[in-house]
Every structure is written in C-alpha cells, then in structure tokens.
Design a protein around this ligand. Structure first.
Ligand code: DON
Length: 564
C-alpha cells in the first residue's frame, strides 16, 4: 500500500510539474542588475523571469537557458521559436567547454538551384517567404541535447512556457505594433489563419493566448523530442508543407539531429574566448577580427576615436571577405580554419591596411588560401555553480517565413535564405557566398550567430551575444573590444552606438546616434556611410571582481535582465 502511494506520488509529480508563479499580466522591464546567485538576460521580461524562476528553484544555467528559450517561443514569436534553430555555447562548472549546434538543415529534397527560375533569376522571394523558405527545424532537438547538462527534468522546464501559451500574457505596445504590421503577410503566407491574425488592431495590454502552441508544447512535455519530430506535431508540419508547396518530409523531421561540436576557441591577451564553430561563421570571424587588432594598441587610440573605428572597420571588411569565399557547413565543405586564423595569414591580410584612408572592397578580395527586418534573439545565463551559457536562436527573418504550422501554432523559419542561393546573389542581409555555402540536401546553412563566452583566469568573465544577421559578429567583436580594450562599463559597452562593415556592399553602416564628428572624418577618409536604426541587441553578463554577476540587457529593445 505504502509502495502504491509512493508510486502514485511519483506519478503525480511527473504528471504535473510545479506551476509557475509568474504574473504574465503585470510586469515591468528591467535593464540592469547585479546579483550574487545567478543572472539571465534575454529579449523579453517574461522569458527572463522564467529563467530566474528556474534558477531560484535550484536549476542551473543550462536549465534556465532551456526554459528561457521555451518561454521565448511563446512570448517572443518574432525570433523565439520551435520552428527554427540556434546555437548554444557553454562553459560548465567542471571546466568543460560545450558547443551545441541545432541549426536548421536543408531538406532531403532540396537542391542547389532550387531558388533559380527558368530564366536564371534568383528567387529570393521563395527563399525568404512562405513554405519553401524553411529548413528542417533544429530547436527542439537542441534543447534536448542541451538538457544532458541540466539538473531539472525537462517536463519542469517546459511548464512555464505551456502556461504562458495556455493562459496568455499581456502584450506590450511594441508587440502590438509588430503584430499589426504583420497582418497582410500573415494572410498571404498562411493556409490556416493563426491566432496572430486579428480583424481589429492589436493594442497594448491585449491578451495573446496560443492554444495550438500550448498543445504542441504539451506533446513535447509528454513525449520528449518525438513530441515534435514524430506523431501529431510532425503530421501537422507535413500537412502544412503539402498545403503550401513546402518540401520538408517526415523523414527529414525524424532524422534531424542536434550536433555536439568542439567550440571555436582562441586566446586574446590572456583571455580565452569560446565561441561557435561552423556552421556559424561567428566564432571564426571574431577570432580573425580580434587577432587583426591585437598588436595595434587600439586602447591608446580611444573608444569611438576615428582611428579605432577605422581600424575596426577595416578588419571587419577583411574578415567578411573571407566569410563569403571560405565559410560554410564544415560537414560538407572543407573550411580552412587554421589557415584563416594563422598569424602569417592575418598579418598578410593587413599588409595593405592604410590608417589614413578608406579601404576598398574591389581591391580587398578574400585572402588566397590553398583550397581545402530581421530578428534573432540571444540570451545569456550564469549561475553560482560556475556554469555560463550563451544561446543565440532564430527563425532568420522576424517571424521567419511568416507561415504558422496549422493546428500546431508555431512559426516556421526562412533559414534557407542563409545559403548562397546563387553565387554572388546577396541574401537578405546582403551577404554573398559561393560554393562553400551552396545548397545541398542535409547541409546546414552558414550562420553569423555568435554566442560567446570569455574566460579570465580560466573562469567565466563575459557571456555575450546578439541578434542582427551579418552584424552579429561585428557587434560581438565591438562589445568585446569595448570591455577588454577600452575598459568601458558593461552598460556602455552594450548601449553605446555601434557600426558595421561586411565587405560587400562596400559601405560603413552606423547607428543614427553615432558621433557626428567621427562620421565626418571617416567620410573625409573616403568611407561611404549609411545610417540606420538600432544595430543588434546585445545581452551581456560580466562577472565582477567580487564574484557577483552584472547583467545588462540592451536598451535598443524590450530586453530584460534578472538575477537574485
Ligand atoms: O544565422 C544567421 O546568421 C541569421 N539567420 C541570423 C538572423 C538574424 O540575426 C536576424 N536578426 N536580427
């Protein structure tokens, strides 16, 4: 009898994970915190609150990162996702460095010229919008792969997301605007109208309830990874694909695997920088850029000095030229990582650097080595056990392909556009590519996502990342230089105006708030300058001298930092 009672207690505990105590109808945004036990910074207050709740319950940073991502899939449908993919970089308490790749894959029926029409035109409309734009989603597999390092059961980590989807949450004015702007596209790219479609405009404080999504999350809670890649959810994805002309198959879903990879690691003046390897270009690009400035005493030039900005622009140009030629999924293409990061090579890359005038992307080609609206989201988490986690995840464009899987309630990605769909044809971020990043069945499209952890004295020091397409590696690069070289406060390192150069197009992009005098002198040096609104949304956690955590959420969005 006693045994029976115990069994039934265990059963009940498994059946009903602890309910969340978060009030999803009454919350504020918090930009910066200092905390002693753990911290989370993410793109949405409710998601950061979920991460914090998991940390408070005794979950570690990996648990919190998983729960935060699941919450983002509900409260931040622009980029939080089940239908997309991402990367996790972690430094564990035991010293292990981990990289998990849950990037989307080209479906089995994909082929190299699938976005080139009979007249030879590249059809970016098809690689960017609607059913054919989606790669095979990786997120759910990635979360389960990550959970091997967590402490709490997955069923508990997903519970807050289920409640947020089932009971709803109050949307902000910005979210209302975003959904209102999306209405026409939602009607165009959906075969069954999702809950986001509304005949009267959304307004601040409206409740967003996502019943279909709650049911999908419950199937994952009950059946694990198979609750997404097999059974009812898989069936709904395939039916959606068939209704809209997509090519993802049941086999594609069933065979999707998240991959454990060796992180891309390098040293910079005594710091150890741990980043994502291929299929993200992020780790390699940051490595190249940091090394190209390392011996040039940039600290003496000063933050936002013309000299420093010009030097950083020129190293960005050179790294991105290499990206276009040499980078792609290393399971399919031999990426010459060692060569691209060797001192001789990078010195040679900077031989024609002229500190007095603008470089030129016609002259600066990819180095010669032997051939061998955007929206993503980043979260940074740390705990007092010594685990640090950086995750960047995406649907590619804001709301991905804008197609919601009928009956399953989540957006599909439009990540196929991150392949080079035709040599030289820019993707939605203006990035060009060729053979290295050509489409092939089962291949992962090249990414710029750059979740990064910096170690100092062999302990976590910074946890950094950002959305922003091709601007991601340059924003991470600048945040690192701001802290490691210019000694800026974490808040300034995150929030001060940023800039971006990606080789092609040959222009220097700056935020509107960028200092006018620096802009003028750069123009005099020959730079073509384009101003734009916010670049990136960095979430940065820094470990202070006394061991406490300082978490800063970018003021460019409704990003939020929590801790305790
Ligand atoms: O993986 C990549 O590089 C892109 N799909 C990221 C897209 C992105 O950051 C959009 N957001 N701002």
């Amino acid at each position: 009898m006693k045994k029976l009672l115990l069994l039934s207690l265990v059963f009940t505990a498994c059946q009903s994970p602890k309910r969340s105590t978060i009030d999803a109808f009454n919350y504020t945004i918090q930009k910066e915190i200092i905390a002693g036990n753990g911290a989370v910074a993410s793109a949405h207050p409710l998601a950061s609150m979920v991460g914090l709740e998991i940390l408070r319950r005794g979950g570690n940073a990996i648990d919190a990162a998983i729960a935060t991502q699941l919450a983002l899939a509900v409260v931040y449908p622009n980029a939080g996702n089940l239908g997309g993919g991402g990367f996790l970089v972690a430094r564990l308490a035991n010293g292990d460095e981990v990289a998990i790749d849950y990037r989307e894959k080209a479906p089995g029926a994909a082929h190299r010229d699938m976005y080139i029409d009979s007249t030879g035109e590249a059809r970016t409309d098809l690689s960017q919008d609607g059913h054919l734009a989606s790669g095979v989603p990786g997120t759910v597999a990635g979360l389960f792969k990550s959970s091997q390092y967590g402490k709490l059961p997955f069923s508990e980590l997903i519970q807050p997301a289920i409640e947020l989807a089932e009971n709803g949450f109050a949307i902000t004015a910005r979210e209302a605007r975003s959904l209102n702007n999306l209405q026409d596209e939602l009607k165009k790219y959906n075969t069954m109208m999702p809950v986001f479609v509304k005949e009267t405009p959304w307004k601040e404080g409206d409740t967003l309830i996502q019943t279909d999504l709650a049911n999908t999350l419950k199937r994952i809670q009950t059946n694990g990874q198979a609750g997404f890649y097999e059974g009812e959810t898989a069936k709904l994805i395939i039916e959606e694909m068939k209704r809209g002309g997509g090519i993802i198959s049941l086999d594609d879903l069933k065979n999707y695997e998240a991959k454990q990879r060796k992180p891309h690691v390098f040293d910079y003046k005594g710091y150890r920088i741990v980043g994502m390897p291929m299929p993200s270009s992020g780790g390699l690009l940051v490595h190249q850029m940091m090394k190209m400035i390392e011996d040039r005493n940039i600290a003496a030039m000063g933050f936002h000095s013309t000299q420093a900005v010009q030097l950083m622009t020129e190293v960005e140009r050179r790294a991105f030229a290499d990206r276009a030629e040499y980078m792609g999924d290393a399971d399919f293409y031999n990426v010459p990582v060692d060569k691209l990061t060797s001192k001789e090579y990078l010195d040679q890359r900077m031989m024609d650097y002229d500190p007095t005038r603008a470089g030129n992307s016609v002259v600066t080609k990819p180095g010669i080595v032997a051939h061998e609206s955007e929206e993503t989201t980043h979260l940074s988490v740390i705990d007092k056990e010594g685990n640090a986690v950086a995750v960047t995840t995406t649907l590619n464009n804001s709301y991905g392909s804008r197609t919601v899987v009928g009956g399953a309630g989540f957006f599909m990605n439009d990540e196929m556009d991150d392949f080079s769909i035709k040599p030289g044809v820019p993707n939605m971020f203006g990035a060009v590519g060729g053979e290295a990043n050509a489409i092939h069945p089962g291949k992962r499209m090249l990414s710029s996502m750059t979740p990064t952890i910096v170690l100092k004295d062999n302990k976590p020091y910074l946890v950094v990342g950002t959305p922003g397409g091709t601007t991601i590696p340059t924003q991470v690069f600048q945040t690192l230089v701001n802290i490691l070289e210019f000694d800026l406060s974490t808040s300034d390192a995150v929030n001060k105006p940023k800039f971006h150069h990606q080789w092609l197009p040959d222009e220097l992009v700056i935020e509107k708030s960028f200092p006018g005098d620096v802009k003028d002198s750069l123009m005099q040096m020959g730079y073509k300058i384009r101003e734009r609104t916010a670049i990136g949304r960095v979430e940065c956690i820094k470990v202070l001298e006394d061991g406490r955590f300082e978490a800063v959420a970018d003021s460019r969005g409704e990003d939020d930092a929590r801790g305790f």
